[in-house]
Write a protein that binds this ligand. Structure first.
Ligand code: GAL
Length: 420
């Protein structure tokens, strides 16, 4: 072989090696999340399996703690240490905050290839885009304002799921008179806040909800309506059992399952727990929206954000994950386990149960009726420092004998301080 020919041959070999090095990028992703309960873990496993079936290496980083407070603390520490995980469960304004720090990947390439603009509802696009670019992949739509109930237990007092807060109190009184715990609750700040926001919606309606918990309007925060909300929270405190403090939300769901309590106020991830335990909707458990003045929906939506990482394998891993999450089939599988509804259009309703289809209908109705509200308790309405100020007061009130007058004053003060 001439020198020239052998050089060419060597060049061809080098080119082949570098092509195969790219082709051989072994996609991998460390995924930081807080999905550790029975239903959550099943849903997450579906994602992991899909990822692995498509050649990805999944590195699991679970940080237990419902609502994700613990996971967010770990995330901050990791990013500060220059060791960000590849993919992180994140939502709402926190997505915007991290994107503004310049530490998250631009997903526009995958988004264009997968036509996200066409399949992701505008409602979610607003949450997952930063300055016009996709920086997160939505995975689901969760509804917060649900009551989950054990029909057999309710039947003991001849009741159905209450449709007003007065009726709620009347049913709870009857249950209590029979020695039954009316409400399964876990005394953790985010769970107190979950109940609180459904009461705000129920007693004030969506317009009041927005004024108080989104616009943080001082008059709304100090209003008589807000005092009534705290009055109702005080009543609710009387309807939980004496061991409620610190209890995880899924253990509260178990209490309803086992007939130890009649109802739980929780987002539809609770349905994931019932289903994971083999329970059937309409038979073993029933669902209905928490009492409202008609047609509202408290929105929560999980998504994954890809943090800036080095290395082809990691980058390929992020792209693969982003692409799979919004796949039609995957969206069905995942959301059936999770209790949520799909984050994209085009997924058939056929396999979704009545709680889910009720959620889909109510979501549409609330969007056209202007009664959709973002969850404060689940990080959709406000950045963490503001929702944290509200949650602190709600929890302090729930765990003390603070009056409603004092609670609204504290609420307005806490917000003023947090805004500075
Ligand atoms: C929510 C989250 C849900 C569920 C729940 C309990 O904030 O959006 O997906 O995991 O916390 O952990």
């Amino acid at each position: 072989m001439s020198f020239k020919k052998s050089l060419l041959a060597a060049g061809a070999i080098m080119a082949a090696i570098s092509v195969s090095a790219v082709a051989q990028a072994e996609p991998e992703a460390e995924v930081l999340h807080w999905w550790t309960s029975g239903g959550e873990a099943k849903a997450l496993k579906a994602l992991k399996e899909d990822y692995e079936a498509n050649g990805g290496k999944w590195i699991d980083s679970p940080i237990a703690g419902g609502g994700g407070d613990a996971a967010m603390t770990v995330l901050r520490t990791r990013v500060l240490a220059g060791d960000a995980p590849a993919a992180v469960q994140l939502k709402g304004p926190a997505i915007q905050e991290w994107a503004a720090e310049g530490v998250v990947a631009d997903l526009n390439k995958v988004a264009a290839a997968e036509k996200w603009d066409e399949v992701v509802p505008p409602l979610l696009q607003k949450i997952v885009k930063h300055e016009g670019k996709y920086v997160a992949v939505p995975v689901n739509i969760h509804r917060v304002d649900w009551i989950w109930a054990n029909p057999e237990v309710l039947a003991k007092v001849g009741a159905d799921i209450p449709t007003s807060w007065d009726e709620f109190n009347a049913v709870a009184d009857k249950l209590q008179a029979q020695g039954i715990t009316p409400l399964a609750h876990g005394g953790q700040p985010w769970q107190d806040a979950t109940v609180f926001e459904t009461v705000v919606l129920g007693l004030g309606g969506p317009e009041f909800f927005n004024k108080a918990l989104v616009e943080l309007d001082e008059d709304a925060l100090k209003s008589d309506t807000m005092k009534q909300v705290f009055d109702q929270m005080r009543k609710i405190r009387g309807y939980v059992d004496s061991d409620f403090s610190g209890r995880d939300w899924n253990l509260a769901t178990n209490m309803v399952m086992n007939g130890e309590a009649a109802m739980q106020i929780m987002g539809d991830w609770a349905k994931g727990e019932f289903l994971a335990a083999g329970k059937q909707p309409g038979k073993d458990f029933i669902c209905a929206p928490t009492p409202t003045k008609g047609g509202a929906f408290v929105l929560n939506s999980d998504s994954f954000v890809m943090f800036n990482v080095d290395g082809d394998d990691k980058k390929a891993g992020q792209e693969l994950l982003a692409e799979l999450i919004l796949g039609e089939k995957f969206q069905e599988t995942f959301n059936l386990y999770k209790g949520s509804i799909p984050a994209r259009t085009g997924v058939p309703r056929t396999n979704f149960d009545t709680c889910a289809t009720r959620g889909m209908d109510d979501l549409e109705a609330s969007m056209s009726g202007g009664t959709l509200v973002p969850s404060m308790a689940h990080g959709i309405a406000l950045p963490g420092h503001l929702s944290g100020a509200i949650v602190d007061v709600v929890t302090e009130h729930f765990n003390s004998d603070m009056s409603s007058d004092e609670a609204v004053t504290k609420l307005a003060e806490a917000i003023e301080l947090a805004k500075d």
